[in-house]
Design a protein around this ligand. Structure first.
Ligand code: FE
Length: 196
């Protein structure tokens, strides 16, 4: 058996560097492998767009919550039990006249307490560079056609501030409960590359 057989996906340089840093920190006693596993588990199991969907559903049914969410996203998101130590989250609201989309032009900053880990295309250089230059075209290519009259706002995330889109509540959902509404909300809708 060759090494390639055992590792069908060759490790990227980043994987190798990450593994090297981890083993060094473990060796120096700064962290344990169990701590690293626990963090990974949180990212894999406790974080994900279902958290953001609950935030959006609450905002759709509770106008006071929606106001708090738009004023101080970090605090309002924490009200529902989601948050983390690093960075602030600002929520930007889609309306009939304004459509918001998020990006991190520098790397891959993302509102992970509400959306989990970013999709691969979010980290691609093509998305990061093009969505700021020609957002309307990028969104159209992703299947979202916006009317010419709609103002398009692109929000560039950083380590200090990450953005999340509050999508418009779709028509015909007046009868749905908050729990049912949460199942309607999509990750792409909260990134701003799709309608809900
Ligand atoms: Fe980043």
């Amino acid at each position: 058996m060759t090494d390639t057989d055992r590792h069908p996906h060759p490790h990227s340089e980043l994987d190798v560097r990450t593994a090297a840093v981890e083993s060094l920190l473990v060796e120096k006693g700064a962290i344990t492998s169990e701590q690293v596993d626990a963090v990974v588990e949180v990212f894999e199991q406790d974080l994900g767009p279902m958290n953001g969907a609950r935030v959006v559903a609450r905002a759709w049914v509770d106008d006071a919550y929606r106001q708090r969410l738009l004023t101080d996203g970090t605090a309002a998101i924490r009200e529902l039990g989601f948050g983390g130590a690093e960075g602030n989250i600002r929520v930007v609201e889609n309306t009939d006249a304004i459509h918001n989309v998020i990006v991190c032009t520098l790397c891959s900053c993302y509102p992970w307490p509400v959306l989990g880990l970013p999709p691969n295309w979010y980290k691609d250089f093509a998305y990061r560079s093009r969505v700021v230059r020609e957002p309307r075209r990028v969104l159209a290519e992703m299947g979202l056609q916006l009317d010419d009259g709609v103002e398009l706002r692109v929000w560039d995330s950083s380590a200090e501030i990450r953005y999340m889109v509050l999508p418009r509540r779709p028509p015909g959902t007046e009868e749905l409960s908050e729990e049912q509404l949460a199942t309607v909300v999509t990750r792409d809708g909260m990134i701003g590359v799709a309608r809900v």
